[in-house]
Design a protein around this ligand. Structure first.
Ligand SMILES: C[S@@+](CC[C@H](N)C(=O)[O-])C[C@H]1O[C@@H](n2cnc3c(N)ncnc32)[C@H](O)[C@@H]1O
Length: 303
């Protein structure tokens, strides 16, 4: 297998979100009307903006013991509402400070929402998309709002609650989305047994997680098995001699894994599938200089 040349996908299509600066292990962001400072272990360089810009943040998240430890706490310079409305493209959703340091959306993923939408537009009709580890539901809503039927899977009831709030906020309450609280791998295996097929699969697994019945998800142990199973779930058009049709997007963050490792694991599952691969890193642009902040790795394919 020859390595595909990597590509850096920069999420530069936001109006309501801006990465103002980063450096010294932190980042300064404008999220709707509010400014936040959060830890950013990859920002080893120096900040460019003066200290008073950083000091103007409405809230600061102070990290727990280690870089990858998600624990810590927010300090608010003033009282913020529990949620506020945001917009990406034509999609409205809610942002909020969470106990896990994030703000209930991951802006770097917009590059994949756009990719999925492009494929769905071209396909037309009502394609079916499976969104695994779907959390805030933004990928699900991006697909549903252009006519896809979506199955959204997450192990956390609370996360599904957030996603459903976003569905209402987006004005998509009547969109055909199945909200499923289940372990991703268990669900995918069950769908294969049932003979279900999808036109697109999106997965954004954490390093470690638990299914609702105590199932353990460990990325290093189960990613290859899950990707194999996702490939099996893709629809095979009768006239295409067994090659899967559709799209597949896998992203991984907060794990010491190269995009080559992710790509080769995915490409092995898709050996017999004709299509186009893109692999590499995802990044966020800074609002007023040319630096980009790396956020995650990805491998994506479309027929
Ligand atoms: C970082 S989030 C994914 C973010 C999502 N792509 C988004 O843009 O909102 C990881 C999600 O995986 C879920 N999760 C963890 N373990 C799981 C499992 N075994 N099966 C299904 N979902 C799981 C968590 O509840 C969490 O919502």
């Amino acid at each position: 297998m020859t390595a595909t040349a990597p590509k850096i996908l920069v999420a530069d299509d936001w109006q309501d979100y801006r990465l103002l600066d980063s450096g010294n292990g932190g980042k300064l962001e404008q999220v709707g009307p509010y400014r936040f400072v959060r830890p950013e272990p990859q920002a080893l360089w120096s900040p460019r903006l003066p200290a008073q810009d950083w000091d103007s943040a409405d809230a600061v998240f102070s990290s727990g013991s280690s870089d990858e430890d998600e624990t810590g706490r927010w300090r608010f310079a003033r009282t913020l509402p529990p949620t506020w409305a945001m917009r990406w493209d034509d999609l409205r959703f809610l942002s909020r400070p969470t106990a896990f340091r994030h703000l209930a959306f991951f802006p770097e993923h917009s590059v994949h929402w756009r990719y999925a939408r492009e494929w769905l537009h071209q396909k037309g009709g009502q394609p079916e998309v499976l969104n695994l580890f779907g959390y805030t539901g933004l990928a699900s809503l991006a697909c549903a709002s252009v006519g896809a039927k979506v199955t959204h899977v997450d192990a956390s009831k609370k996360a599904i609650g957030f996603a459903r709030e976003n569905q209402r906020e987006a004005g998509l309450s009547d969109a055909p989305i199945r909200w499923i609280c289940d372990d991703a791998l268990t669900f995918v295996k069950r769908e294969i047994r049932r003979g279900r097929r999808y036109d697109g699969v999106i997965l954004d697994p954490p390093k470690f997680g638990r299914g609702p019945n105590g199932e353990t998800w460990r990325l290093e142990d189960s990613l290859a098995e899950l990707i194999d199973a996702c490939q099996e779930l893709l629809r095979v058009e009768p006239d295409e001699r067994g090659s899967a049709q559709g799209f597949f997007i896998a992203t991984v963050y907060a794990v010491r894994l190269s995009y080559l490792a992710l790509a080769q694991t995915a490409q092995q599952a898709f050996t017999d599938c004709a299509g186009e691969w893109e692999i590499g890193e995802m990044a966020l642009p800074h609002a007023s200089d040319k630096r980009v902040l790396p956020t995650a790795i990805y491998a994506r394919w479309r027929s």
